[in-house]
Unconditional design. Sequence first.
Length: 420
Amino acid sequence: MLDPAITSFFAERKEAWRKKNISASMHEDAVKEKEQECEQVFALANWLPDAAKRAGQISVSTHPCTFSHPSARKNTNGYASSIIAHNKPSADGFLRAGNVNVKPDALGNAAALDVYKFLHLELEDGQTLLSHIEQESELVKSLLSLPNLGYQALRDGFLNMVRSDQEDVSSSKIKQVYFPIADGEYHLLSLLTHSGHLYELRRRLDGLRFGEDVKQARECRKQNQFYANGYREIYGLTTIGFGGTKPQNISVLNNQNAGKAHLLSSLPPALKSRETRLPKSDFFKECFTAWQAKEVLDALHRLFTSEHNNIHIRDGRDYRIQQYVDLVIERMWQVRFALTEYQGELASDLPLEQKIWLYPEFESQRSEQDEWLDEIVRYISRGLLRHYNKGKVIASPVLLADEELLAIEKVVSNSKELLR
């Protein structure tokens, strides 16, 4: 007694044959003749030998070369080798053959696809008919034992679908990579597409996008209703086609999916630009430059080079120093805000007083202690002098006396609370 899967296979094939060869306008006698012909064509004694001969026209492969080029299978060196990867699964985190359980693909003569379907029927025990043939089970021995052709001849014919030549043959139509190894030698690698992974990805993506639960969830969203399970959305998908109008010329899986596969977006991540530079070793050298205070430094230089020395000149000097301090405070808040949003590891080479002054985790310490604040006042005072004398903004700076440094520190000290 035949396995139900085999019986169903032949029933479907017969029905398809009848639809193609029998029409409603045919005479009753002609219909009977066609029915008899159908039974003859699909009788095991006739169909199995023919299928065994055609099995070699199809090659089972996990990485069909025809995805690189439709004509890659046949070339001047013969047929490109059929690659069947049998990798063991491993929890190594890689998407590779063995870690995703998919069925092997097949390529070759599209007229022999019925033989591929026959050999890959899943029987009652969960194994395919091809597996039974490889194991020489009793079911196969009973099925392939025909009076007009020996069992071994039929078995060898069907196994041609999974046999490969001893010699590895590539094709010039397949992308090649010369991979160097020791002593000036190299391996020539042929890059192939794992079609099982390709269409497993499509199956999962289609499930995420068009599954029944997803339809219900989207409908709830459209109606502004609550849906407990929610759903996921995949953006930036691209659909790629293989084989054009003849997807069957590429592979069996390609034909079953109408030649269409999905590609995930491989664009680089969109990085948010950061306008404020973060300090690594010194705020006053990396985040606040002389050119950012050019207008203030120019005004100070005019006062320093003035021939007059009166209260108005000194008030003007203090006013410009305060402007410099205000620019430092403005930059301080920009850096503090940028640091609160920063996700990476903060620099450890920054002096402790500057860390207390700028880093968000020292916010409470800033309000409770004062020692660091005195150091910041000195940083700002020395920074103004350095920008004036060596910032390359002022062409011929005036040599300043200690009195000017003390005046600068006095003005900066008046802004201590604003620097916290």
